[in-house]
Design a protein around this ligand. Structure first.
Ligand SMILES: C[S@@+](CC[C@H](N)C(=O)[O-])C[C@H]1O[C@@H](n2cnc3c(N)ncnc32)[C@H](O)[C@@H]1O
Length: 198
């Protein structure tokens, strides 16, 4: 759904619900199959992140929300392969930084992701948005980083039915309605939205 078919903010319902995989529960026996499937799709999710950055020939990537470093590690490996650089921002000290802080292709920044946009200097090709998933914060991030001219935003957890704040996809829709950008949502893992200028 794009362009003039955009639903009003808050009206969007992606219609996808988590599937519980009961037949796989039987197959995997003692392992909760939902966890197995989540682990597999998390791997696909990271690879998808990397493939999209590769497709964009991104060299300067900013990640908002370092967390445990799953996305950070995948993006850092990609940066090594293209001579790029990843800046990973988190409001607190993270497992990501303690695991990956020694790698020269990553700069870890402890900051609120929106205020850091005010201090950012330099180019950015892709911003990967995965911090506070509230609609307001995600929208502030998109608007804050827009002024630095990214060619793409990637937004995580756009299908997560357990997110108490609702889907960050709502922020993506608000943003695309306000600016001349368009979006698509990829239902892998907990969802990955791609936002591009028209
Ligand atoms: C979903 S986790 C990030 C997961 C990570 N991208 C990964 O692949 O493992 C969300 C992170 O956002 C951080 N965060 C929450 N609010 C933030 C804010 N206002 N600014 C920056 N980071 C924030 C949290 O500390 C947390 O580490």
């Amino acid at each position: 759904m794009t362009g003039n078919m955009l639903p009003k903010p808050g009206e969007y319902d992606h219609g996808l619900r988590p599937y519980k995989y009961p037949e796989l529960e039987v197959f995997f026996g003692m392992y909760p199959a939902t966890k197995v499937v989540q682990a597999v799709t998390a791997g696909i999710h990271s690879q998808l992140l990397v493939q999209v950055c590769r497709m964009m020939r991104a060299k300067n990537i900013v990640e908002l929300g370092s967390g445990t470093g799953v996305g950070t590690a995948a993006l850092a490996d990609y940066c090594v392969s293209v001579g790029g650089h990843l800046t990973s921002v988190d409001i607190g000290e993270t497992i990501a930084k303690s695991k990956l802080g020694h790698r020269p292709e990553i700069t870890f920044v402890v900051s609120d992701s929106v205020s850091y946009a005010d201090r950012w200097q330099g180019p950015v090709d892709v911003v990967y948005v995965d911090s506070d998933h509230s609609r307001r914060h995600a929208l502030n991030e998109l608007n804050g980083w827009l002024r630095h001219g990214p060619r793409m935003f990637l937004m995580d957890d756009t299908l997560d039915p357990n997110d108490p704040h609702g889907s960050p996809l709502e922020a993506a829709l608000d943003f695309c309605a306000q600016h001349s950008w368009t979006w698509c949502n990829i239902p892998v893992g907990t969802g990955l939205a791609i936002l591009l200028p028209r």
